[in-house]
Design a protein around this ligand. Structure first.
Ligand SMILES: Nc1ncnc2c1ncn2[C@@H]1O[C@H](COP(=O)(O)OP(=O)(O)OP(=O)(O)O)[C@@H](O)[C@H]1O
Length: 688
C-alpha cells in the first residue's frame, strides 16, 4: 500500500482516478490546486507521498512547475504527469524536470494503474539501493574510525607496495609520513621511513604467497637510543569478487611486554641455576652476555653439572626465547635414526619411512636446538652438522631439496672432545665450529660452598612435589653432604635429598635418611644399627608370633638382617615401575613390596620404625595422607606395625576387630600386588 498525491483541477478526474487507485489498495490524497498540493507535502500533513500524479494544466498554474518543486523538496518521490494537450515542448520539459512518466488524457484505468505500479516499483528499488549505500557508508565510516583508533600500526598496500591507507598509529611512527592526504599512492618504503625495512619481510611474504604471513618480532633502535619492539604480521586483502588487492600490515608495539618477558625469562632461566661460588658467578656473567647473541656454544662438564639447565637459560634469556627450544640426546639414537631425527626424511627414504618427517632442526626454526652428548655422533652426521653450522642448510634424508633454517645451536658433552679429535673420532672442523664459545661447568666438589644453597633449593622443590613442610637438613646431615665427593654432581645431590624426603617423616632430614655413600662421608656406617624402638617392636613381635610367618621372619632378621628378605618383595629395579624409579637410589637389597592402594582402615598414624637390611630406620607416614590420596608413591609402610593388640613400647595401633580388619585389608592389597599369599610381606611401598 502506497500513499499517492493526486493533483487535478477537474473534480471528475480526481474522483475517477482516485477511485481506480484506492481500489488497487493505495491511500490517495487529492488536491485541486498547487497550493493544496504543496500543503499536502508538508510534514504536518503526513509528509511526502510515495508517488505524485499531477495534471500539467491547472487553471493558470503548471504541473511542470509543481514537478520541479517536488523534486526539490522530496527528491526520491516519482512524479507522473497527465495532460490533455500533449506537445513536444511539454514532454521535453517533463523529462528535464525529472518526471517518471508522461501520460496523455484520457487515461484509462489499466493505463493509470500500470503507470502507478511501475513508478512505485522503481521507487522501492531506488529506496533499497539508497538504504544499502547508506549502510555501506555507515560501515565505512565506522571502520574508518576503528581503523584510525586502533593503537596498532595498520597499513594497506597494493601488490606493487604502494600505500592504500595508513592509520594514525602508522602516521605517528618516527620518520614516517604524517599527512593522510600525502600517504595514499606513495611507495611503502618512503611512507614508513625508518620502519619500512623492518616491516617489509611480512609484506613481501604475503604479497609473494598471497597468504597470511608468520607473526614475527622485530625491534628498532630509535634516534634517542630507546629500543622499540613490534610484533608484525600481514594478511592478504581481497575485493568483493575475491580478487587480490594487496596486503594489510599489522604491527603491534610490544616493547613493554618484551621488556617484561625478557626480565622474567631471564630470571626463570637463571633462577633455576643455583650457585654463588666464584666459578658460578663467572658463569652467570658469561651467560648474560651469551644469551643475547646467536653464537654457537659448547657446554662441557661432568655428568649432572647442569649443562641442560644452562642451555635452557641461554635460550630463555635471549631474543629467541619465544621460539622453540628443541633438545636432542645424540647418544640415545643409532646413526641412521639420529640423522633422520635431526634432519627429517621423505617417504620411502629407507625401509619403514612410510611418510615424510620433519627433523628437529626444522622444528627448531626461529629458536634453539640443544644437541646433548654431541661427542657421540657418527661421521656421516658430523658432516651434515658441519654444513648446518656453516650454511644453516641441509637436505632431508632421501631428498634433494635444500632446507634452510634459522637456528641457534647449543651443544653439550661430558666427554673430552679434544681427545676425540686426536683419536680421529670427531672432525676437527666440527669441533671448532661447535666450540665457538665453550662454557665449562664446574664439578660440585669444586664449588662446595654452593651445597647449602642447592640443598635449600631442592628442599623447596621436594616440599612442593611431596606436599611436605620439611625445613631443611640437620647439621650432621649437612656435614655429610658437604663432605661427600659428589661424582654425580648436582644430580646426585638432588637424588640424595629425594632419598632423604622418602625416608624421613619429620620436619628435618637427618643424616640417617641420606644414601649410604653420603652417610659414609661422615664416618657413619652405610648400614647402621637398627634404632632402639625397632628393636623393641621386633622383640615384641617375636614374643607374640612365634608360630606365625611374621614371628619366624623377625627371628631370622635379628640374627643378621639378610633373612629379613624372606617373605618380602624386591623393588623391580631398572624397570619402568614407578616405585623402582623413585627409589632407585636406595640400597640394592632394600626390601619393599608394593600396594596399589591402601585400605582406609589402616591406622591414622604409626610411630614405629623398623630395621631393614639396608640399615634404614623406616618410619611410617601418617596414613591419613594415603586416604586423602595425595601421595603418589614411595611411602614406606611397615606391615609388622599394623594394628595388633599391644606392643612393648606402649604405643600400639588400633586393636580388636578394626585392627584385624585393617591388617587383613592391607595384607590383601600388598599380597595381590605381589601375587603372593597375603601374610607374606613385611614392608610395603604404597603407590597412590
Ligand atoms: N646449578 C644448578 N642449580 C640447580 N639445579 C641444578 C644445577 N645444576 C644441575 N641441576 C639439576 O641437576 C640435574 C641434572 O642437571 P642437567 O641434566 O642439566 O645436567 P647435565 O650436565 O646436562 O647432565 P648429563 O651430562 O648427564 O646430561 C637436574 O635436575 C638439574 O635441575
Amino acid at each position: 500500500m502506497a500513499k499517492i498525491l493526486l493533483v487535478d483541477d477537474e473534480e471528475s478526474i480526481r474522483f475517477t482516478l482516485s477511485a481506480f487507485l484506492r481500489r488497487d489498495g493505495h491511500v490517495v490524497v487529492t488536491a485541486a490546486s498547487l497550493d493544496e498540493a504543496l500543503r499536502a507535502l508538508e510534514p504536518a500533513n503526513g509528509g511526502p507521498p510515495d508517488l505524485v500524479i499531477t495534471d500539467i494544466i491547472l487553471r493558470g498554474e503548471n504541473g511542470l512547475d509543481f514537478t520541479r518543486l517536488v523534486r526539490e523538496r522530496c527528491p526520491f518521490v516519482p512524479v507522473i504527469l497527465l495532460t490533455g494537450r500533449p506537445s513536444v515542448e511539454s514532454a521535453v520539459r517533463a523529462v528535464s524536470e525529472g518526471a517518471e512518466q508522461y501520460l496523455t488524457k484520457p487515461v484509462d484505468k489499466e493505463q493509470m494503474l500500470q503507470a502507478a505500479r511501475t513508478a512505485l516499483r522503481h521507487k522501492a528499488l531506488d529506496d533499497e539501493r539508497r538504504a544499502l549505500v547508506a549502510e555501506r557508508e555507515n560501515l565505512r565510516v565506522h571502520l574508518e574510525a576503528v581503523f584510525q583508533a586502533v593503537p596498532d600500526v595498520l597499513v594497506t598496500v597494493t601488490p606493487d607496495l604502494r600505500i592504500q591507507r595508513m592509520n594514525l598509529a602508522a602516521r605517528e611512527l618516527p620518520g614516517g609520513a604524517r599527512d593522510a592526504r600525502q600517504t595514499a599512492g606513495r611507495r611503502f618504503d618512503e611512507a614508513l621511513g625508518l620502519f619500512a625495512p623492518l616491516f617489509r619481510p611480512v609484506l613481501d611474504e604475503t604479497l609473494g604467497t598471497r597468504r597470511a604471513s608468520r607473526r614475527r618480532r622485530v625491534s628498532a633502535q630509535l634516534a634517542d637510543g630507546r629500543e622499540q619492539v613490534f610484533e608484525i604480521e600481514a594478511a592478504p586483502s581481497a575485493g568483493g569478487g575475491g580478487e587480490f588487492l594487496g596486503a594489510l600490515l599489522v604491527a603491534r608495539d610490544v616493547t613493554r611486554l618484551a621488556g617484561l618477558e625478557e626480565a622474567l625469562g631471564h630470571r626463570a632461566g637463571m633462577n633455576q641455576i643455583i650457585g654463588r661460588s666464584a666459578p658460578m658467578s663467572e658463569l652467570f656473567h658469561l651467560l648474560d652476555e651469551l644469551a643475547q647473541t646467536d653464537t654457537t656454544v659448547l657446554i662441557t662438564g661432568e655428568s649432572g653439572t647442569g649443562k641442560e639447565l644452562v642451555a635452557e637459560a641461554l635460550h630463555r634469556g635471549g631474543p629467541r626465547a619465544l621460539g622453540p627450544l628443541v633438545k636432542v640426546n645424540c647418544s640415545a639414537l643409532s646413526e641412521h635414526l639420529l640423522e633422520s631425527e635431526l634432519f627429517g626424511h621423505v617417504r620411502g627414504a629407507f625401509t619403514g619411512a612410510v611418510r615424510d618427517r620433519v627433523g628437529r632442526f626444522q622444528l627448531a626454526h626461529g629458536g634453539t636446538i640443544f644437541l646433548d652428548e654431541i661427542g657421540d655422533v657418527s661421521s656421516a652426521v658430523q658432516l651434515k652438522l658441519l654444513r648446518v653450522l656453516q650454511e644453516r642448510e641441509f637436505e632431508r634424508v632421501g631428498d634433494t631439496r635444500t632446507v634452510k633454517v634459522d637456528v641457534r645451536v647449543i651443544a653439550a658433552t661430558n666427554r673430552p672432545l679434544a681427545d676425540l679429535v686426536r683419536s680421529g673420532r670427531l672432525r676437527e672442523d666440527l669441533y671448532y665450529r661447535l666450540r665457538v664459545v665453550e662454557l665449562r661447568l664446574p664439578a660440585l666438589r669444586d664449588r662446595r660452598s654452593d651445597i647449602p644453597l642447592l640443598v635449600d633449593h631442592f628442599v623447596e622443590q621436594f616440599n612442593i612435589h611431596f606436599h611436605r613442610r620439611v625445613a631443611g637438613v640437620t647439621p650432621v646431615a649437612l656435614q655429610a653432604l658437604m663432605a661427600h665427593s659428589w661424582p654425580g654432581n648436582v644430580r646426585e645431590l638432588r637424588h640424595a635429598l629425594e632419598h632423604g624426603f622418602i625416608l624421613s617423616r619429620g620436619d628435618v632430614i637427618d643424616v640417617d635418611a641420606l644414601p649410604p655413600e653420603v652417610r659414609a662421608a661422615v664416618g657413619m656406617s652405610p648400614t647402621p644399627a637398627p634404632v632402639q624402638r625397632s628393636i623393641a617392636c621386633d622383640t615384641d613381635l617375636q614374643r607374640q608370633g612365634a608360630g606365625n610367618a611374621w614371628g619366624a621372619d623377625r627371628a631370622g632378621d635379628r640374627s643378621g638382617g639378610r633373612s629379613m628378605d624372606h617373605g618380602m618383595a624386591r623393588l623391580p629395579r631398572g624397570t619402568g615401575h614407578p616405585v623402582a624409579r623413585r627409589t632407585a637410589s636406595l640400597p640394592a637389597r632394600q626390601p619393599f613390596t608394593t600396594a596399589r592402594s591402601i585400605p582406609a582402615s589402616i591406622p591414622t598414624a604409626c610411630p614405629w620404625t623398623w630395621p631393614v637390611p639396608g640399615g634404614e630406620g623406616i618410619r611410617h607416614p601418617p596414613s591419613r595422607r594415603y586416604r586423602a590420596g595425595r601421595f603418589r608413591l614411595s611411602r614406606l609402610l611397615c606391615l609388622s606395625c599394623l594394628p595388633r593388640p599391644s606392643c612393648q613400647s606402649g604405643r600400639s595401633g588400633p586393636s580388636g576387630r578394626s585392627g584385624r580388619q585393617a591388617r587383613r585389608a592391607l595384607s590383601t592389597a600388598v599380597g595381590s600386588a605381589r601375587n603372593t599369599p597375603p601374610t607374606a610381606p613385611k614392608l610395603a611401598v604404597a603407590c597412590g
